[in-house]
Design a protein around this ligand. Structure first.
Ligand code: DSN
Length: 413
């Protein structure tokens, strides 16, 4: 029986959501639109099966097809990132990070990361997360002048704390990460280097951002951001001992049965990412981000660190109007058909529920085929929404314009 026959309510909500996605501009830096092929694998009969264990060593019968699928996903991930080992089973980026922590550290060990409010992630030591409950985070900082990683603070903290691991890779950082410099500091204090490339994985895979290999000991990523696969996680390494520890810490350490429909969808996405057109796509993501950044600066917005090298930017709204908050922007944009998230600006005096900024990213817009000239239109729509944030009529008018504009850029198929 089809979904619409068996559960019309959920079918209707999915249809409404599809229309929402089609008729709005998706500017959330961590989101994307997957291909029909990825969706088909994710919605397949593979959801029916337990496959606890790894290819050739399962705890359930009937896993032959699953072994082949997982091996293909592993081989493609290794080829994509140029490394020796991949675990494709983590259900999410946070799960991947937990398993990576378990492989590198003992509970109670110290590590260094960037604090959440400066661009880090929940799983990098936020006090309510396992990364802070079971391990001891300490933080390096951004340079207040350049608003980029302050390597002097990384070095100082590393020598002071003598951490087991140093974590680089962020949720809200618009600049290139210097993995080599991080590794040099790790070597000075005997720490492991862990790179969480969730945001930039697609860029890394295609050379639009330098690779964490050979510098990082362990690399984690999600598969659904710039990599444009299903929601999920992935762990990579070149170190054999660490690879064994990673496998143990994913299963049985922190997960049971893998989501094999998602593992298959990851394999499909990795296959797509190995094609030349994915490289062109990732280059266009960066070009679009730079075009959007330039257009916003022209309108009077300030960008944290002065711009972007990757797929995202942090827009300090106060430069345009001291009273604007991130919460205002998120709401006004949504009412006008543009989806983004409020985000703290470095040293933001406002609380996290308000903030002074928005984080914008171009991966999803680029998937729909928008180019640099379209970014000028997007910046204009965005600015008009903010300036008209108190007028429901203005926002509704822009919403219609956005919906019309979106018709030129179909979803992937
Ligand atoms: N929550 C994701 C983001 O939006 O950056 C990170 O996992």
């Amino acid at each position: 029986m089809s979904l619409v026959q068996s559960d019309p309510k959920i079918a209707e909500l999915i249809a409404v959501e599809q229309r929402r996605q089609e008729s709005t501009l998706e500017l959330i830096a961590s989101e994307n639109h997957v291909s029909k092929a990825v969706m088909e694998a994710a919605g397949s009969c593979l959801t029916n099966k337990y496959a606890e264990g790894y290819p050739g060593h399962r705890y359930y019968g009937g896993c032959g097809n699953y072994d082949q699928i997982e091996n293909i996903a592993i081989d493609r991930a290794k080829e994509l990132f140029g490394c020796q080992f991949a675990n494709v089973q983590p259900h999410s980026g946070a799960n991947a990070n937990l398993a990576a922590f378990m492989a590198m550290m003992q509970p109670g060990d110290y590590y260094l990361s960037l604090v959440l409010s400066s661009g880090g992630h929940l799983s990098h030591g936020m006090k309510l997360n396992t990364s802070a409950i079971f391990y001891k985070p300490d933080h390096y900082e951004l340079d207040p002048k350049t608003e980029t990683i302050d390597f002097e603070s990384v070095r100082r903290k590393a020598h002071e704390v003598k951490p087991k691991m140093i974590l680089c890779g962020y949720s809200a950082y618009p600049r290139t990460i210097d993995f080599k410099k991080f590794r040099e500091i790790c070597d000075e204090v005997g720490a492991l280097l862990f790179a969480d490339i969730a945001h930039i994985a697609g860029l890394v895979a295609t050379g639009a951002h330098p690779s964490p290999f050979p510098h990082a000991h362990v690399v984690s990523t999600t598969t659904h951001k710039t990599l444009r696969g299903p929601r999920g996680g992935l762990i990579l390494t070149n170190d054999e001992a660490l690879s064994k520890a990673i496998n143990r810490s994913v299963f049985p350490g922190s997960q049971g049965g893998p989501l094999m429909h998602i593992v298959a969808a990851k394999a499909v996405a990795f296959g797509e990412a190995l094609k030349p057109e994915f490289k062109t796509y990732c280059q266009q993501i960066v070009k679009n981000a730079q075009a959007l950044a330039a257009a916003l600066q022209k309108q009077g917005y300030r960008l944290q660190s002065g711009g972007t090298d990757n797929h995202l930017m942090l827009v300090d709204l106060r430069a345009r109007n001291e009273a604007f908050t991130g919460a205002d922007a998120e709401q006004a944009m949504e009412a006008a058909g543009m989806i983004a998230n409020k985000n703290a600006i470095y040293n933001d005096p406002r609380p996290p529920k308000l903030t002074s900024g928005v984080r914008l990213g171009t991966p999803a817009l680029t998937t729909r085929g928008l180019k640099e000239a379209d970014m000028v239109t997007v910046a204009d729509l965005l600015d008009r929404a903010l300036m008209g944030k108190d007028s429901p009529e203005t926002l509704a008018k822009i919403r219609d314009e956005v919906a019309e504009f979106c018709k030129k850029f179909p979803m992937p198929h």
